[in-house]
Write a protein that binds this ligand. Structure first.
Ligand code: MV4
Length: 449
């Protein structure tokens, strides 16, 4: 096992990774920007290296500085967290060249999943169901109209290099197709350097269901069941839960097997997520996320498995210590993302300084946070400052515990999503396990939270 690991991230995920490293008897090296030298994630680590000024391009995205920091401090491995450099295959390769273990999948697996068109083709070949549509890029408008006509309207237009909702448009009729392609292609070029788009059948109000998998370097792959992340605003997840509502044991077993097949198709090792759409009983592969995800704690609370510990053990070459049959689901877990945003003002980011901070406590209440009283929120970074995660024997009990914990959570000095979550979890739509799409995108009740 490693004796020192560099955590190449900030905020709550850096704190959370460090906590597991310490429990495993491994030292953690933090990295930070100049304005974050006193941040929680720096203080909890055993050593820290300053990367540069506040903007991520000058600090947390400086792969060269991070690798230098790991070498200087005697770390043997690098944990990238999520976002930032976590899905950058060039960074994973640069780590390897410097003699550092990248705690994540191979660069090849990341590249294979990075192109959505390539991923769709690989999955088709592996027998994994994908959303019906084209398996090739749109060549020109004439080709697009012909393909969309075969698929049938409405069609989804998606950028191949995209992920997480950028570069996604819907054409309800042929009249919308040209603009939808221009929109998706423009975003693909702008955000991912690739204007290539492809077409899928548009599913009306599907559920966003994703399966957590773990693979080791010896070829063992298991799934840890699914999460439902259907409650989103503009593709930003707000609430996640496990297990998914309205998923029977039979469907769970089937989508779990699909996810394991998807992971095997790219020789995947480490923790990964197979993201899909659930339309009635039909599950379709969308994309694979090759990192630890923000919402991983809900899976930890229903399986009792520490996913970061598993990532570290896998990176150290250990085989998985359990099989699929050993994975047991117990109860229900919910996570609310606590963003520094004002829901009443169209989720406008709310910078400022935290003047009072009191976390809820109690059995089966977990807070993963990277802030404290006095923390100044800087415009360069992710507005998600904490995650509130609870467990209960069933969904209703978990909901009741979450509502109490939301009431007990006090954050002063900035606007947060606490009032939004309190209001959302009190609705009948949440109680019935609906997707809450209409409730979040454009409802008047948000003006009061
Ligand atoms: C879709 C879809 C409907 N039909 N694809 C794209 C990015 C991913 N994160 C969600 N995406 C969707 N892709 C087809 N062919 C609907 C969505 C979608 C969505 C799905 C489930 C729950 C919430 C959603 C919010 C926005 C978009």
């Amino acid at each position: 096992m490693f004796t020192r690991v560099l955590v190449a991230n900030r905020g709550e995920i850096a704190v959370r990774v460090t906590r597991t490293l310490h429990r495993m008897g491994v030292e953690a090296v933090a990295v930070h920007s100049e304005p974050e030298r006193d941040a929680v994630h720096v203080r909890t680590a055993d050593a820290a290296v300053c990367l540069g000024p506040g903007p991520v391009g000058d600090s947390y995205l400086r792969a060269d500085r991070i690798i230098e920091a790991a070498k200087e401090t005697g770390a043997q491995a690098v944990h990238p967290g999520y976002g930032l450099l976590s899905e950058n295959p060039d960074f994973a390769e640069a780590c390897a060249r410097a003699g550092l273990v990248f705690i994540g999948p191979s660069a090849e697996a990341m590249r294979a999943m990075g192109s959505k068109i390539e991923a769709r083709n690989r999955m088709m070949t592996a027998g994994v169901p994908v959303v019906p549509g084209s398996l090739e890029p749109v060549r020109d408008l004439g080709h697009a109209f012909a393909t969309a006509g075969e698929i049938g309207y409405p069609v989804a237009v998606k950028a191949s290099g995209a992920g997480g909702g950028k570069g996604f448009r819907v054409a309800a009729t042929p009249d919308d197709l040209k603009a939808a392609i221009a929109g998706a292609s423009g975003e693909g070029a702008r955000f991912f350097g690739d204007p290539t788009v492809y077409l899928e059948r548009y599913l009306d109000d599907p559920r966003h269901v994703e399966v957590q998998i773990l693979g080791d370097v010896h070829g063992n792959v298991v799934h840890l069941s699914e999460r439902d992340c259907s409650i989103q605003r503009r593709h930003q997840k707000l609430v996640e839960e496990s297990p998914a509502v309205h998923v029977s044991a039979r469907i769970r077993a089937r989508i779990g097997e699909i996810a394991v097949a998807a992971a095997r198709a790219v020789g995947y090792h480490s923790a990964g997520t197979v993201e899909g759409l659930l339309d009635g009983e039909d599950f379709y592969f969308l994309e694979m996320n090759t990192r630890i995800q923000v919402e991983h704690p809900v899976t930890e609370l229903v399986t009792g498995i520490d996913l970061v510990e598993q990532q570290v053990r896998i990176a150290a070459g250990e085989p998985l210590s359990f099989t699929q049959d050993d994975v047991r689901l117990d109860g229900h877990a919910i996570e609310c993302r606590i963003n520094a945003e004002n829901a009443a003002k169209r989720f406008l980011p709310a910078p400022g300084t935290i003047t009072a901070y009191q976390e809820p406590e109690g059995e089966h209440v977990r807070v993963d946070s990277g802030v404290e009283k006095g923390t100044a929120l800087l415009p360069f970074y992710d507005p998600m400052i904490a995650k509130l995660i609870v467990w209960g024997p069933d969904r209703a009990a978990a909901t009741a515990r979450m509502r109490q914990a939301l009431d007990d959570f006090r954050i002063d000095g900035i606007a947060t999503l606490l009032p939004f979550h309190r209001a959302l979890l009190a609705t009948g739509q949440w109680e019935r396990g609906e997707t809450c799409k209409d409730l979040i995108e454009d409802r008047h009740w948000l003006n009061d939270v």
